[in-house]
Design a protein around this ligand. Structure first.
Ligand SMILES: O=c1ccn([C@@H]2O[C@H](COP(=O)(O)OP(=O)(O)O[C@H]3O[C@H](CO)[C@@H](O)[C@H](O)[C@H]3O)[C@@H](O)[C@H]2O)c(=O)[nH]1
Ligand SMILES: [Mn+2]
Length: 688
């Protein structure tokens, strides 16, 4: 794609600090490319209007039993919706922007001492669904960021309060003393040991085989120890590290009923906390907030807010980054990249958060489930960014603490990047203070979860939180570097994928129907294009009924000798054919341009249809049940441990139906109906 280069920032001096060169640049597609897209969109729109006109002017008479008339009106309604929805989707194609950072300039403009400290939050919720080895590999990957260790603080929130996860984290804190210097010395990537040893089979440049094998053995030993403890469920009598922490678990302790635990495993402020080369280590903290059966805990949002408070007494960094435990850092430079945005003197002032895309390492080539990752990452998100408001995804995101904690943007506000917690040196005291901030009752009668921290009460707490931050005047940025910032796992069986989408669709629909809908909350505060951009997902659910109608009623009518489309010879056939051909060719071209293969595009189209008539449909039904008070919302963790046989089938491109689900009944019915329709058409053609 041809890009227009547009650097922000200026060289002029301002205020106390000499204004340096811009730390990031923003690129836009060339004018010709944009104009071509807009012209083709305009012709499709003309086609859509003609279709509406045809439906409106050719309404069948109401005589007889009126079946054709009703079916026709249904088609008109479905097509009105599709047309409207298509107009909404234009917003996520309109003006993409692509960001580029200049880390060398960051280094020139700021000494290491002047750089802000960063708090990193990792969340886990269940040692069975999220094995401790997975969790600590993610933790180690962020501990090993290429950044001053004194300025890195890693917090693990364990919503299960599992002693097994705590044990694994203790092991990780020891292993880090070897792993971090190894990574830094040989510039190893990725820095999750699990991912690294799974991908790399020989020593990095400059590293002798002996050192490499020693490192590998250390990792293997740790894995064996952790897995054996996890399998037996018992902590050895004298765990090698931090015996102090283990005393907090007693017989009465369960995952849903326990007091708060805050344990500083590595205190970066202490001289003792050094790696094997004598360099400082990042601070590492374990936190399990108090849980009581009768108290609401608000799932992941609750744990993020607890982390915000605990970290405020221990490190209080101006930047907060959070990752899910199943998303490791794949790029050791991500912190510096993100800082290029926040620290840009000219354009960084109003940036509230920097979101990295989600990428999945277990998605295979020509993936049968057509994960639309490339188009979303290369086109949809750059467009949201173009409207000034990439959404917050809940993982792989760097926040300005102040913005996350509810501050309204004002031009006068100047961030103090070097501020730290005015903390005491005594770790016991800090832990005690931390524990008191994460009790069940702490948030009662406060604005936590409403106007402060991550929002409560919606399965998509992250999206709504991001929207709220934008409505307070902050801008957000999307950054998609060549070397992916984060890699995670996504479900690879049809049943699980549909359930996941159902959860997201429900969340989006809930937002759209609430007073937090982008059109209400964002009115006058964010751009219309961005409101529309949010609504593309917000209205996923609404697509279900028109789509189900479109894939069933015309076939049923046809089988009964009723036609709902113009004859091939009629001029009205042209807009139908044009809209279909133009829309599909455009989407194919986009997919290819974003790096998909034609097969992947095809698979993605199939999945769109499947999702619309299953996940979206059930999400809509469940949302209305909830509104009527028949069911309650929750947070079902996605599966992270793959069934090996299912994985093999996935790699071979076989669709996995897995367990029984109502969704499959809908799918099969629609498929059979359309098969009958096909057979009927073939017979008619043969007869002719
Ligand atoms: O009570 C809970 C439930 C979940 N989590 C954590 O939340 C994260 C996300 O859960 P996961 O099961 O992996 O959900 P995904 O479907 O993969 O999550 C996607 O969708 C979520 C919103 O539905 C976002 O919060 C996530 O960032 C996004 O990756 C994980 O680290 C969990 O440990 C908690 O900490 N406490
Ligand atoms: Mn996940």
């Amino acid at each position: 794609m041809d890009l227009i280069f547009n650097v922000g920032g200026s060289m002029a001096g301002s205020g106390g600090r000499q204004r340096g060169p811009p730390l990031f640049a923003t690129e836009k597609p060339g004018r010709m490319a944009m104009a071509a897209y807009r012209v083709s969109a305009a012709t499709v729109f003309a086609g859509v209007v003609l279709i509406w006109l045809y439906r409106a002017t050719h309404l069948p008479p109401g005589g007889g039993n009126g079946v054709r008339r009703w079916a026709w009106l249904g088609m008109l309604t479905a097509e009105l919706w599709f047309g409207f929805y298509w107009v909404l989707t234009l917003s996520v194609r309109w003006c993409p922007v692509y960001r580029r950072t200049f880390k060398d300039r960051l280094a020139q403009s700021y000494s290491e001492d002047e750089l802000p400290s960063v708090d990193i939050f990792v969340c886990t919720a269940d040692p069975t669904a999220e094995p401790p080895m997975l969790v600590i590999s993610t933790v180690l990957s962020v501990m090993a960021y290429d950044y001053l260790p004194e300025k890195l603080n890693i917090y693990l929130s364990d919503d299960a309060g599992s002693v097994l996860t705590f044990y694994a984290l203790c092991e990780a804190s020891e292993f880090a003393k070897h792993w971090i210097p190894f990574c830094k010395k040989y510039k190893v990537e990725p820095r999750s040991p699990a991912a690294y040893f799974a991908k790399v089979a020989s020593p990095p440049d400059g590293c002798g085989p002996k050192e490499w094998f020693t490192m590998k053995e250390l990792y293997k030993d740790m894995t064996d120890r952790v897995n054996s403890v996890v399998n037996s469920g018992r902590i050895p009598e004298v765990p090698r590290c931090h015996s102090r922490g283990f005393s907090q678990w007693n017989e009465n302790f369960t995952s849903s009923d326990h007091p708060s635990i805050v344990q500083i495993l590595i205190d970066g402020n202490k001289q003792k906390a050094v790696d094997i080369d004598g360099n400082a280590l990042p601070t590492l903290v374990y936190m399990a907030r108090e849980k009581r059966p009768r108290e609401q805990h608000h799932f992941k949002a609750g744990s993020l807010n607890a982390l915000i408070r605990v970290s405020s007494v221990i490190s209080n960094s101006p930047i907060i980054m959070n990752v899910d435990c199943d998303m490791y850092s794949n790029n050791s430079e991500s912190v510096r990249d993100a800082l290029c945005f926040f620290l840009d003197e000219e354009q960084g002032q109003d940036i509230g958060f920097v979101q990295y895309p989600q990428n999945f390492e277990n998605v295979v080539q020509n993936d049968i489930y057509g994960h639309p990752i490339n188009v979303v990452n290369e086109l949809d998100h750059p467009c949201l960014d173009g409207w000034g408001g990439m959404c917050y995804y809940g993982t792989g995101c760097f926040h300005r603490r102040e913005a996350l904690c509810g501050r309204i943007y004002s031009q006068e506000y100047k961030e103090d990047w070097t501020r730290v917690a005015g903390r005491t040196e005594d770790a016991n005291e800090l832990e005690e203070m931390g524990r008191s901030l994460v009790t069940c009752t702490y948030e009662h009668n406060t604005i936590w979860g409403i106007d402060k921290g991550v929002r409560y009460g919606c399965p998509l707490e992250d999206v709504i939180t991001g929207l709220q931050i934008q409505c307070r005047g902050w801008r957000s940025v999307y950054y998609n570097p060549e070397r992916k910032g984060f890699l995670g796992m996504t479900p690879t069986s049809l049943g699980q994928i549909l359930v996941l989408y159902k959860r997201w669709t429900e969340g989006f629909l809930q937002i759209s129907l609430s007073r937090y809908s982008p059109f209400l909350l964002g009115h006058g505060k964010i751009k219309l294009g961005l409101q529309m951009g949010y609504s593309v997902c917000g209205f996923w659910a609404v697509n279900s009924f028109p789509t189900l109608y479109y894939v069933t009623i015309p076939s049923i009518c046809f089988l009964n000798g009723i036609s709902l489309f113009p004859e091939k010879t009629s001029p009205w056939f042209i807009p139908f054919a044009y809209v279909m051909v133009a829309a599909y060719s455009c989407s194919l071209a986009e997919s290819l341009q974003c790096g998909d293969s034609a097969v992947e595009w095809w698979n993605a189209q199939r999945m769109w249809l499947i999702r619309r008539i299953t996940s979206y449909l059930l999400a809509t039904i469940d949302t209305f049940r909830r509104i009527l008070g028949i069911s309650e919302s929750g947070f079902n963790l996605t599966v992270k441990v793959a069934d090996l046989q299912a994985l093999e089938r996935y790699k071979k491109g076989m669709m996995e139906f897995g367990s029984f689900s109502a969704m499959f009944v809908i799918l099969t019915t629609v498929a059979l109906l359309n098969l009958a329709y096909r057979l009927c058409i073939t017979q008619i053609n043969l007869a002719i």
